[in-house]
Ligand binder design. Structure first.
Ligand SMILES: NC(=O)c1ccc[n+]([C@@H]2O[C@H](COP(=O)([O-])OP(=O)(O)OC[C@H]3O[C@@H](n4cnc5c(N)ncnc54)[C@H](OP(=O)(O)O)[C@@H]3O)[C@@H](O)[C@H]2O)c1
Length: 271
């Protein structure tokens, strides 16, 4: 299969109102002249981005939708495929940081709905669509380095991303004989709202060796999708961490992650 063509193609990006999704949408428009379809809950952010992207001579589209709601996911698919859709980046995601069992069960359900259920829903509907179009389209699932190791104090988040990586890589193999590609992207830490919201950006600030700039990370993600990588961990340090996490005993990896994270917990955090 040829590298993915993006010029003048419509590309869906979920979670486009901030962070990695916003930057991938920006680079799709600015560097590849693709027409991004921007999905998230915050209309004002999406509309401001759409206005900026119009300046690159492309036609962005805004879909305000909540990925925890199956009806919104269906509407996203309908609106995104109203015109030919060539590729989709399933990037919307949420996390938390702290003692997992103290985290409200409603928030856990919402995390699973966003990070897992909506990804399955979109993938199961978009793969047959892209196959039927027969135009060598592509799908990319944004997972995480956290998918490769147990994540104490982010146990449900790590589990949700472990699902995404397992599902994405397995499905890519099922699709190997077909004319579409499915890439699973596994970044390590990125300087975005997610790190701020989880209270992790003090311990892991922008410029920390394990924290990638969002611009760099977005460029690496789009490269991985364009060259149709099945799975990609961006950056040498992240690749080494992934290798270590894969070969070391899981309990040891969990202990090392927990020891590192304990320093970032609130003062009354886990002992
Ligand atoms: N930051 C990191 O260190 C890191 C590391 C590895 C992987 N990742 C992954 O990268 C992806 C992007 O994260 P980020 O760092 O860019 O975080 P971010 O800046 O917090 O962006 C998350 C995006 O997801 C959207 N979103 C969240 N819940 C949603 C919902 N229910 N419905 C629709 N959209 C929703 C948010 O938009 P609204 O709030 O407007 O809905 C926002 O656009 C996530 O899948 C994350 O797990 C991040």
């Amino acid at each position: 299969m040829e590298d993915l063509q993006l010029r003048d193609r419509n590309v869906l990006v979920t979670g486009a109102s901030s962070g990695l999704g916003l930057e991938m949408a920006r680079q799709l428009a600015r560097d590849h002249h693709a027409h991004p379809i921007l999905v998230a809950r915050r209309r004002d952010k999406l509309e401001a981005l759409a206005k900026e992207l119009e300046g690159f001579g492309v036609r962005p589209k805004v879909i305000v939708a909540d990925m925890t709601k199956p009806a919104d996911v269906e509407r996203t698919i309908a609106e995104a495929t109203a015109e030919p859709l060539h590729a989709a980046i399933l990037n919307a995601g949420v996390t938390y940081f702290g003692k997992t069992v103290e985290h409200p069960v409603e928030d856990i359900a919402s995390l699973v709905a966003t990070n897992v259920t909506s990804v399955i829903h979109l993938t199961q509907r978009l793969v047959p669509y892209l196959l039927e179009r027969n135009e060598q389209g592509a799908l990319m699932l944004v997972s995480s380095l956290a998918s490769l190791q147990p994540m104490p104090f982010q146990a449900v988040y790590g589990g949700s991303k472990a699902f995404v990586t397992s599902y994405g890589v397995a499905l890519a193999e099922e699709l190997r004989e077909h004319d579409i590609s499915l890439t699973t992207f596994c970044p390590g830490g990125i300087a975005t709202e997610m790190m701020d919201g989880a209270g992790l950006s003090t311990k892991y600030p922008k410029g920390h060796p394990m924290i990638m700039d969002v611009e760099d990370c977005a460029a690496r993600a789009l490269w991985a999708m364009r060259v149709r990588k099945v799975m990609h961990v961006p950056g040498v340090l992240n690749a080494l961490a992934a290798l270590g996490a894969t070969i070391a005993p899981r309990q040891l990896v969990a202990r090392l992650v927990a020891n590192d994270y304990r320093g970032a917990l609130p003062k009354d955090g886990a002992k």
